[in-house]
Structures are given as C-alpha cells and as structure tokens.
Design a protein around this ligand. Structure first.
Ligand code: NAP
Length: 128
C-alpha cells in the first residue's frame, strides 16, 4: 500500500482545508504528485509554502464555475501529463430538514455536490 501512491497523480478538489488538506498531508509523504484547488488564493499559497519542494500544483478555482473546473483539470493534465486518481472532495453540507429549507439552498447543494462531480468527471474522462 505504501508504494501504491508513489508517483501517482492525485487531483483533489478542495485541498486547502479540512478533509482535502488531510488527504494531501497523508499522500505527499507517500510520493504522490498532487493537484488541488480552492477559492481562497491565500490558503493555496500557504499550502505551496508548506510543500515548496514537492509535487504540488494548485489552482484557484470555484468548482461551481464550469470554466474554473475545466482550467483545473486541463492545467493538471498539462503539468503532470495525466490524472491517475480524482477525488471530488469540495462540497457543501446542509443540516436542516427539507421542509425547513429554502429551495435555493437545496439547488446550491445539488449544483455543488452533484452537478460539479458530474462536470469534473465529464471533463476528466475524455483525457484518460
Ligand atoms: N466534515 C464532515 O463531517 C463531513 C461529513 C460529510 C461530508 N463531508 C463532505 O466532505 C467534503 C469536505 O468537507 P470538509 O469538512 O473537509 O470541508 P472544509 O473543511 O470546509 O473544506 C472544504 C475545502 O473545499 C474548498 N471548497 C469549498 N467550496 C469550494 C468551491 N465552491 N470551489 C472550490 N473549492 C471549494 C475549501 O476551500 P475554499 O474555501 O478556499 O474554496 C476547502 O479547501 C465536503 O464535500 C463535505 O460536504 C464532510
């Protein structure tokens, strides 16, 4: 298992915080080449400083924006010549009963948690 990730290109959406960042911290010592994205440039910059001499490609990207997703996937392919593992991590959560929530909130959750994953996969598949 420890050799499995060596030189594997792993693209993780939302890697500047939380679970995505923890994945980067876990995979980097195993030799993975990582690409990640997030909306906040400062958080990505801090990550770059932390892993300055290692394989880390970061892209400012709002995954709810199609062109941002396209740029993330295409620039990762350009830098690493492919993607071996795609982790669609960036997302939002909603902690309330459907009866109590505004429809726009449900739409946002579906757009980001469902549609974005379809879009990123759709962009990624032809490049495999
Ligand atoms: N933590 C939990 O208990 C839990 C439970 C169930 C499911 N999840 C799911 O697991 C995933 C990660 O959760 P987490 O707790 O690690 O979240 P988190 O700590 O809030 O981190 C989210 C990461 O995603 C990025 N991000 C958020 N919205 C984005 C967007 N529109 N475009 C690009 N990047 C975006 C954030 O960076 P920026 O803010 O800079 O964009 C950050 O790097 C989410 O999909 C969440 O719904 C988490």
């Amino acid at each position: 298992m420890s050799n499995f990730f060596n030189n594997k290109v792993v693209a993780i959406t939302g890697g500047s915080d939380g679970i995505g960042k923890a994945l980067i911290d876990a995979l980097m010592p195993l030799g993975a080449k990582i690409a990640t994205c997030g909306r906040n440039q400062g958080k990505l910059y801090d990550l770059q400083l932390k892993y300055s001499n290692q394989h880390l490609h970061t892209v400012v990207c709002d995954v709810s924006n199609y062109n941002d997703c396209k740029n993330f996937i295409e620039s990762t392919i350009k830098v690493y010549d492919g993607i071996d593992i795609l982790i669609n991590n960036a997302g939002v959560s909603m902690r309330s009963m459907v009866k109590d929530v505004e429809i726009d909130v449900i739409k946002k959750v579906m757009d980001i948690n469902f549609m974005v994953r379809c879009i990123v996969l759709n962009l990624h598949y032809p490049l495999l």
